[in-house]
Design a protein around this ligand. Sequence first.
Ligand SMILES: Cc1cc2nc3c(=O)[nH]c(=O)nc-3n(C[C@H](O)[C@H](O)[C@H](O)COP(=O)(O)O)c2cc1C
Length: 382
Amino acid sequence: MRLRRSRCLTCYWHDSAFVVHPHPHGTPTALHPAAAEILAAFEEWSTPDEAAGHLDHLTPDTVEDAVEALVRSGALLAHGSAAAQLDERIAGQWGAWMPEASFFHYATQDVYDSPQAVDPSGEERDAGAAGSPGPERESLPPLFTGYPDAPRLLLPRGPAGLGAPFEQVLYDRRTHRDFTGAPVSLETLATLLATVFGPVDFIDCGRGALYRRTSPQGGSRQEIDAYVGVLGVSGLAPGWYHYNGLQHALELLSEGLTPAEAARLCADQSWAARPAFLVVLAARLERMSVKYPTPRAYRVCLLDAGHLGQTFALTATALGLGPAQTGAFRDSAVAGRCGLDNTGHTPLYVLAAGHPAAAPQDAPPPAGLPAFGATALLDGRP
Ligand SMILES: Cc1cc2nc3c(=O)[nH]c(=O)nc-3n(C[C@H](O)[C@H](O)[C@H](O)COP(=O)(O)O)c2cc1C
């Protein structure tokens, strides 16, 4: 039988054990680190005897036992098997995203098929009823992030002015990259922050209070905090602030932010120099992991960030602002400017808004015949 190392394979140390973890369907298996060398001998299709020829410092028994374990785990695949074909298809599809993205995706897939599955409902009392003991009260992270020693500005709480018809807001929402440069009023920023990030109500989860926002959030964990980089807001000095949703206040973390720095932080995108403010969405991971100790919950953090981003875009539109967002930013530098440790508290998404330019320079033209002619619209058509 000819065997080859799975192309979809990640090896790591976990709790001092060396683990080979093939995806999507392999079994994470703790083995002696020599397994890595044995896997390397199966870089191309080889019989165990051929591979053993490259491993003459190991005894034939050691190689044989390891090969058996590696086949069982799915790290070594048999030529012509369905698993080998799937392995090749995944390697082809995920290409340059491998191994980081494919490993995370598949290693966190189908977790609900295992007996240790977490309750997907997100309801804390359900998990309690299922018998999983919760963490001690003292160890629970606080619902809100706050910087008690920071200078703070309590924000105005005027009428929201969000009466624009829903349909109009939905279809008017566009990503803007061209702004007038006029400052945004403090009232408008305050309304946007309260609407997107402030608490709407508080619920009893069976072991204490949680709060809900205008966006759905996995298990109502509200693990995402908002940090505001002010460039042009009336009455606010440029700099970095944390939005304290409990107090509806901005807490000053560091003074100074220039358009050039904003663009640099957003991976040198020139439009990012022009909005009136940036909003960094940063996950405080412990708020999520204390309830969901499965790595799949990290997906939920990313999904939660997306929901907040959409609510931000719609609310900004309803307030007459032009919203923007970017997944391209210098994570470590952004974390540094927001005062995040970038370990348990880490940036996920950068949003922005300002007064939109009347005739944006960079608005894409509508697609015409040449564009459609150059586009495959359906599977199987040229
Ligand atoms: C998650 C996400 C990341 C994005 N990242 C960028 C970005 O890095 N730079 C950029 O100019 N636009 C970015 N955009 C904006 C998209 O290019 C934009 O949404 C798309 O062109 C569709 O236009 P619309 O938002 O006006 O409908 C991003 C949008 C999303 C949802």
